[in-house]
Design a binder for this molecule. Structure first.
Ligand code: GLU
Length: 577
């Protein structure tokens, strides 16, 4: 499985990846559930899942397959993911029996201070050079492959190069996302040329090719990450950020960015300790700051564990409290009180506030200070939850050796900052809008030089008796956390199978006055929860999760969404053991 152990196998793999056999007569179809052996994958997209399975079949491991699938998503889901974005990986290494996480989050340039976004309307930040963070995805792939993979970056990018060159069939989701962005895409020459050919979004059913992105991936594979982190591609990213290619006659006020080539040179993807809590008989691992995903999912689970019973009311209340603490304490700052936030003492203190009725809005944050009394007075004032939308993507892969990875990748808004790097076929991220715009004195998530904006991404691995049993994650901005939570509760509290747990209608309470919920949730539960004092707003779709579960030691069930975002793609290496 590893280069050092099987050099001959690695050589065969390298050659065979570069000369993939032609597609079989009976091509795989998109399905939300697959069960089998030898490795499994779930992504939002058939092409990405096929790439992961092809890598696994040829002897690559879960990390190789995740990078290959992530790079394909940069082609087929370019408004959610791409090499100029960022992400987080939570990875279980079966041989080392250890969970590793990689923080490939975008980073603020050194010139960005805490007031950089003050007074700027949010929508103006969204489509700007200012919001483009130093990209982390390429460094993330590089660290993942060199630490845990068997493929080179060049090999891992091959499937994506093929898809970008031959093209993919435009579906309704891709069309609709393009149409929703058309108003700003048309304001940049490079973006309009790529995504509005003939002045309109590509038609459903047409084949969309991105030869410039194919060439960018090819060059990246040949020259290595330094091509971006200090080399020619980096120079072009900086030039685009500083002088966005505005269409003649556009009246859009596009604020330039602060990124310099030295910011790219200094970028590092970082290995971090995962978050970990015990829940029932399980251990749950997640992503530590700068993501709030791991800490908020874990705190809410801890709070619920301290309650005598857990129903939907308790789920909403525990989420509300955990979000209050997230807003007050979690960001890319030194001294986040992670151990205390995830301690049983703190959970009991918080759980005590949950009664029969919804608590008044907003819930105040607690005091994770090591000294706990059940129902102690809350410790501060609530911070509002920033606006976030349904973007980003998540994938899971398991391989035949028992390695498992949950990988969230993003360019923040659907369509990032809307600006394609001219000639390179790739959109820039606008991840720095995840910072608090301010003024907000003391907020842990204000911008700062080299700081990473707080994320909600929550790639999560669940273990029972030291063995991985489940992997899950989702897109959806700050709703990611509750989507992951609700899937875990559906599965482990309320007895659903994993496919049922993903399909079930969702609700998200993030210390907001109203709980957002999908129509299916409102139909079933609105009346009973309103009787307890909850108030709801309808949200047509929350999240687009992917997950997998070990049904036995080597039989895996991969699960994607049956309908949200047009449905996802689950696949296994072999349906027979
Ligand atoms: N920027 C978001 C985060 O890191 C992810 C993008 C999204 O899903 O909205 O939490």
């Amino acid at each position: 499985m590893r280069r050092v152990i099987f050099p001959a196998a690695a050589a065969v793999l390298a050659v065979s990846l570069l000369h993939a056999p032609p597609a079989s007569a009976d091509p795989p179809r998109k399905a939300p559930v697959a069960e089998g052996y030898g490795g499994a994958v779930a992504t939002v997209d058939l092409e990405a899942s096929k790439a992961a399975i092809a890598v696994l079949k040829r002897g690559g491991n879960a990390v190789d397959a995740a990078v290959a699938a992530g790079a394909v998503l940069g082609v087929t889901e370019p408004y959610s993911a791409g090499l100029a974005g960022g992400g987080f990986m939570v990875y279980y290494d079966a041989r080392k029996r250890k969970v590793f996480t990689i923080d490939g989050r975008e980073t603020a340039p050194k010139a960005m201070g805490p007031t950089a976004f003050e007074g700027i309307p949010f929508e103006e930040g969204v489509t700007s050079g200012l919001s483009a963070g130093v990209p982390g995805t390429v460094a993330n792939w590089d660290v993942a492959l060199s630490r845990f993979g068997t493929l080179s970056l060049r090999q891992a990018l091959q499937p994506a190069i093929e898809v970008a060159s031959r093209g993919f069939v435009v579906d309704q989701t891709f069309h609709d996302q393009t149409a929703a962005n058309a108003d700003r895409f048309k304001d940049f020459t490079s973006t309009a040329k790529l995504y509005l050919p003939n002045g309109a979004p590509p038609r459903v059913g047409s084949v969309f090719r991105n030869p410039e992105l194919a060439a960018t991936y090819r060059e990246l594979g040949r020259r290595g990450p330094e091509w971006l982190y200090g080399g020619q591609l980096g120079k072009e990213v900086v030039a685009t950020v500083k002088r966005p290619p505005l269409t003649a006659g556009s009246t859009r006020n596009v604020r330039p960015g602060l990124m310099e080539l030295s910011d790219l040179r200094d970028y590092r993807a970082l290995l971090r300790e995962p978050t970990k809590v015990s829940y029932k008989n399980l251990d749950v691992y997640g992503m530590a700051p700068p993501s709030s995903g791991g800490s908020t999912v874990s705190e809410a689970l801890n709070i619920m564990e301290a309650l005598p019973e857990v129903g939907l009311h308790e789920y909403l209340e525990a989420s509300r409290l955990a979000y209050a603490d997230r807003g007050q304490y979690v960001g890319d700052i030194p001294g986040v009180p992670l151990d205390e936030l995830l301690s049983d003492g703190f959970a009991k203190e918080r759980a005590c506030l949950i009664g029969d009725r919804a608590m008044p809005h907003p819930a105040a944050p607690g005091s994770p200070d090591g000294s706990y009394r059940p129902c102690a007075e809350p410790g501060g004032t609530a911070t509002p939850v920033a606006k976030e939308g349904p973007e980003t993507t998540h994938l899971v892969v398991a391989d035949r050796w028992g390695n498992v990875i949950a990988y969230n990748l993003t360019i923040e808004s659907t369509g990032g900052n809307g600006i394609v790097v001219p000639g390179r076929g790739v959109l820039l991220n606008n991840e720095l809008t995840d910072f608090t715009f301010g003024p907000a004195p003391g907020d842990p998530n204000l911008p700062g030089p080299g700081k990473r904006p707080r994320s909600s991404m929550a790639p999560t691995l669940v273990f029972e008796k030291g063995r991985p049993v489940l992997a899950v994650g989702s897109p959806g901005g700050s709703t990611i956390i509750t989507t992951v939570l609700q899937i875990l509760l559906n599965r482990y509290e309320w007895g659903m199978s994993l496919p049922e747990a993903l399909a079930a209608p969702r609700a998200t309470q993030r210390n907001t006055a109203q709980t957002q919920a999908e129509p299916g949730f409102l139909d079933k539960y609105q009346a009973e929860l309103e009787a307890k004092g909850h108030s709801f707003a309808s949200n047509p779709e929350i999240g687009a999760a992917t997950a997998l579960e070990f049904l036995s030691r080597d039989r895996v069930q991969a699960v994607a969404e049956p309908t949200r975002r047009g449905g996802g793609s689950a696949m296994v290496v072999s349906s027979r053991g």
